[in-house]
Design a protein around this ligand. Structure first.
Ligand code: C2E
Ligand code: MG
Ligand code: MG
Length: 674
């Protein structure tokens, strides 16, 4: 009976006895897991960041392994003589302090970047040395006095002295310094890490309390794993958020950063710097040289005193965070940025000038949320609006190489309007609210040429008027709605032609406008041909209008698509001739059958002799090449009389008819009412 109880007791004591090993085993396993992950996912990390951390992990792993036999030795009776146990325990304790300081140094070094307030790492190094020296002295004193721990001379497990907590105090000081630095650097930290860092002090507090209550628990060893895990998360998160070349945050990082800044309610500027001709740089120089230049420019920006953050959101696009325009320094910062941009750089011994656009967005005055900043960045990168007049008030520079524009509230109005138009277009697509009008073409005798242009119409119910295609077509292009619009207009034109055939009336030729963007769609040719076939009409009655600017933007693609469609019977009109700056010889090589002379060109010719001579020679040139010529936008008697000078002139303009509704056009064609 007694024997039984005794063995039960011994078992329980044993169970309690080995709990001191749990922290060792726990940290060894967590460190091992992190190490294995890093080895397997090597490509995720940049070598210069991965290697130091891996080294730190290895040291800590060895430490936690060595702790296991040490702790067994120290906590079991009579394994070593008391003096040997004392030396082992002292080395163990000093080593813990060294590891804590290594971690402190690593975390501090890691949480600061070029914008950090702790620019100088020396104080941290001194702190680490002082703490280590203090710890060594304390434990050497302990060997003689036993103030922290000692071993009974008759043998047995460790006994704690009255000042044992001093050991924890020293280790906690390392943690306090670490978190003081993290707190100071919180604005320049990854937001995810900032969030995580805010939990770590609580975990540490719990562990310290645990350690004080149960000195044998070695809870502080768990602290090592917690801090390592913090570093591991930091490293892994940054591998997703940091640009490898420059070490600055990427687009994702900027996104979280902006949310944080807006939530703080501070005033700041978002300055976007887009370097143009990036692909040309790659053609002229090798990748390494271009990378070196990009890195150098980024470092120059980061070196400016007033810059709070630098991001590289795409290959050639930096975003800088600086003070708001209302701050005194902002203007100085603008000049410094311009200086960096205007400098002559040398790549591969060749001098090189940067080209590009710089926009400053005052936040929260002009952009009051992260999504507004993103809208504006998209705005600038696609050059969706002409921003020439937006910035006269504060600071603006424009020359052959670059422009620097400070945006004001007018930009916000433009953006709001644009978003409103996007909404209208989306709604019109979903609910089929688009309409079309037809503008008939006449000869100078006023006879309808059985030819008309089909034009898209978008009605704005809220304001009770139609939105001009000149306003919504570019938006539809950049938002991806233009293909649907193109097919819609085409289907309405086909339907009109079908009805004329069915009613045995003279069949009109109808032209539709195509945008450059439509030519990028791989399905364009098939969609167009299938649609025309579905109405069972000959493709010859449909003509596609393409503008000069569309052709320049997309020459080879346009030519390819034209050839494919021509083979199916479709014809092409060159629209708005004279409004752009196209190279005539280039598009003369394309298979157009008609040229539509732009209103602005005709107006210029009516007012100026040189333009008149030029227009006449161009028209005669087109006529002799066999092109049909249509004069667009003739509104007045003077315009009409001017155009009558040209042989067999054909007119599309308000003089004869504005674009008319489907009902009116049906009447003109002789079709019955709906
Ligand atoms: P466009 O292809 O050059 O179309 C002719 C434009 O000139 C039409 O403007 C028409 O209303 C206008 N116009 C005709 N005669 C006169 C005149 O005597 N005086 C004046 N001031 N204007 C005249 P609208 O309908 O506003 O279209 C503007 C532009 O929008 C079109 O220019 C075309 O480039 C584009 N567009 C219209 N519909 C479509 C479409 O379905 N798809 C695409 N991609 N673009 C379209
Ligand atoms: Mg047109
Ligand atoms: Mg036109």
């Amino acid at each position: 009976m007694f024997l039984e109880i005794d063995s039960e007791l011994a078992h329980t004591v044993n169970m309690v006895g080995i709990t001191y090993l749990l922290p060792d085993i726990f940290s060894a396993i967590t460190i091992l897991c992190m190490g294995i992950y890093i080895v397997f996912e090597k490509d995720l990390y940049v070598a210069r960041q991965r290697k130091p951390f891996f080294f730190l992990l290895s040291v800590c792993f060895v430490y936690s392994l060595v702790c296991i036999p040490m702790d067994i030795a120290l906590n079991s009776e009579n394994v070593f003589s008391p003096s040997v146990s004392l030396i082992i325990a002292t080395v163990h304790a000093v080593f813990s302090q060294v590891i804590a300081n290594m971690l402190m140094f690593y975390i501090v070094k890691d949480s600061r970047n070029s914008f950090a307030r702790t620019k100088d790492l020396k104080p941290v190094v001194y702190a680490a040395l002082i703490l280590t020296c203090a710890s060594v002295t304390f434990f050497v004193v302990n060997i003689r006095t036993g103030i922290a721990f000692s071993f009974p001379p008759e043998g047995g497990a460790v006994e704690f002295g009255p000042l044992y907590f001093f050991h924890f105090l020293l280790m906690s000081l390392s943690a306090v310094i670490t978190f003081a630095v993290i707190f100071l650097e919180r604005d320049s930290m990854l937001p995810q890490i900032r969030r995580m860092a805010s939990y770590v002090p609580f975990i540490i507090a719990v562990l310290v309390v645990l350690q004080i209550i149960y000195p044998k628990s070695e809870a502080l060893l768990i602290l090592v794993s917690v801090l390592l895990f913090y570093c591991f998360t930091n490293l892994t998160t940054s591998s997703f958020l940091i640009d490898n070349l420059t070490g600055f945050g990427n687009l994702k990082y900027m996104s979280s950063f902006l949310s944080y800044y807006f939530s703080k309610g501070v005033r700041f500027s978002v300055i976007t710097v887009k370097i143009q001709d990036y692909s040309r740089m790659h053609m002229d120089f090798d990748v390494k040289s271009v990378d070196a230049l990009i890195k150098m420019i980024g470092d120059e920006f980061a070196g400016l005193e007033l810059i709070q953050q630098v991001f590289r959101i795409s290959e050639n696009n930096f975003v800088l965070i600086g003070p708001a325009p209302s701050d005194q320094g902002c203007r100085i910062l603008c000049t410094q940025i311009v200086d960096i941009f205007a400098r002559t750089y040398v790549i591969d011994r060749t001098t090189f000038n940067l080209k590009g656009d710089i926009y400053l967005i005052p936040c929260p005055v002009v952009a009051s949320s992260r999504s507004e900043v993103f809208d504006m960045l998209a705005f600038f990168s696609e050059k969706k609006v002409d921003l020439k007049n937006l910035s006269a008030s504060y600071y603006s520079i424009r020359n052959d190489f670059f422009s620097f524009i400070v945006c004001d509230l007018r930009l916000k109005e433009l953006l709001n309007r644009r978003n409103y138009i996007v909404k209208l277009i989306r709604e019109a697509c979903e609910k089929e609210l688009f309409e079309v009008e037809f503008q008939p073409v006449f000869d100078t005798g006023g006879n309808f040429c059985n030819l008309a242009e089909c034009l898209i119409r978008l009605y704005d119910k809220r304001y009770g008027h139609y939105v001009s295609p000149a306003e919504f077509i570019p938006v539809a292009e950049s938002e991806g709605y233009i293909d649907r619009i193109g097919l819609f207009v085409l289907s309405r034109s086909c339907r009109m032609i079908r009805e004329c055939i069915d009613n045995c009336l003279p069949v009109p030729t109808i032209s539709v406008n195509f945008s450059a963007r439509q030519f990028y769609s791989p399905d364009l040719v098939d969609d167009v041909i299938n649609l025309i076939r579905s109405y069972g009409i000959p493709a010859e009655y449909i003509k596609i209008e393409i503008t000069e600017t569309n052709i320049i933007a997309n020459f080879t693609k346009v030519r390819h698509v034209m050839e494919q469609m021509m083979a199916c019977g479709l014809g092409f009109y060159l629209d708005d001739f004279g409004s752009g700056y196209a190279n005539i010889s280039r598009y003369i090589s394309l298979p157009f059958e008609c040229v539509k002379i732009d209103r602005s060109f005709i107006k210029a010719a009516m007012n100026d002799r040189k333009n008149d001579v030029f227009l006449r020679s161009v028209v005669s040139c087109f006529s002799s090449l066999g092109y049909k010529v249509i004069f667009e936008g003739i509104e007045t008697v003077e315009g009409y009389e001017y155009v009558c000078n040209f042989e067999k002139a054909v007119i599309q303009g308000f003089f004869y008819s504005p674009p008319v509704s489907v009902g009116d056009f049906r009447k003109l064609l002789g079709l019955p009412d709906f």
